[in-house]
Design a binder for this molecule. Structure first.
Ligand SMILES: C[S@@+](CC[C@H](N)C(=O)[O-])C[C@H]1O[C@@H](n2cnc3c(N)ncnc32)[C@H](O)[C@@H]1O
Length: 212
């Protein structure tokens, strides 16, 4: 299993994907940008990077990096909804690194991301990480549900949500035009010296001919 920093892993994969793109004007949306860890890593594959976070304190810290083209204090789904209503705004890559630990159900945010990528009328990427429900440590006390394999997502004793690979795959494939490029197990971080396993996921939006 990969042990690089999550942000570096995401950057490496997106870099590879961006290298196959002919676009020279990539707009990246960094959802739940926090202090802005991802921005310097993605600068060389983007023309413009927008950070969004619900916390004004995080946005203030991200500003200090002097890397983003725009920083917005907003809840993610509200931001996506507003962006959809803005006719002149489109994005090519959407990132949500270590953010969906605050979300249980992901269908709404997936649908909104898809709709926003679709506005660009070409293919686009949606890259994110989730904590894995499938690899819960026996020491966390979160594994006592006999039906764990049937779970789609669950809030853990840590207060964070974990999601199953099955749920991510089912959701991605249930949304028309989204395809799973990568759904890889990774070590997100160490917690009391125990690895916390998650998934690094990249979906691609490939529009069927009917949209052209
Ligand atoms: C663990 S941090 C990850 C920060 C950054 N993406 C990174 O990889 O370093 C999660 C961030 O998501 C933000 N966040 C959580 N729920 C959110 C929501 N519903 N809307 C916007 N931001 C949210 C938090 O304020 C926090 O800054």
């Amino acid at each position: 299993m990969k042990t690089m920093a999550t942000s570096d892993m995401l950057q490496k994969k997106l870099q590879q994907l961006a290298a196959t793109s002919t676009s020279t004007s990539t707009v990246i949306l960094d959802l739940g940008c926090g202090t802005g860890l991802m921005c310097p890593l993605l600068r060389n594959i983007s023309q413009s990077i927008i950070g969004v976070d619900i916390s004004s304190k995080m946005i203030a810290k991200a500003k200090l990096k002097d890397c983003y083209d725009d920083l917005v204090v907003s809840e993610i789904n509200s931001y996506l909804l507003r962006s959809l209503a803005n006719a002149s705004f489109s994005v090519d890559i959407i990132i949500a690194a270590d953010v969906f630990v605050y979300f249980g159900e992901l269908e709404e945010v997936f649908q909104l991301c898809k709709a926003l990528l679709q506005k660009g009328h070409h293919s686009g990427y949606f890259a994110f990480t989730v904590e894995s429900l499938d690899h819960l440590s026996l020491t966390t006390g979160d594994t006592n549900n006999k039906n764990m394999k049937m779970d789609m997502y669950r809030i853990l004793s840590s207060g964070r949500y974990a999601h199953s690979k099955q749920y991510i795959n089912q959701l991605a494939t249930s949304i028309e035009d989204f395809h799973v490029v990568i759904c890889e197990s990774i070590i997100l971080r160490l917690n009391n010296n125990q690895p916390v396993i998650g998934y690094m996921v990249i979906l691609v939006l490939l529009l069927a001919d009917k949209h052209h």
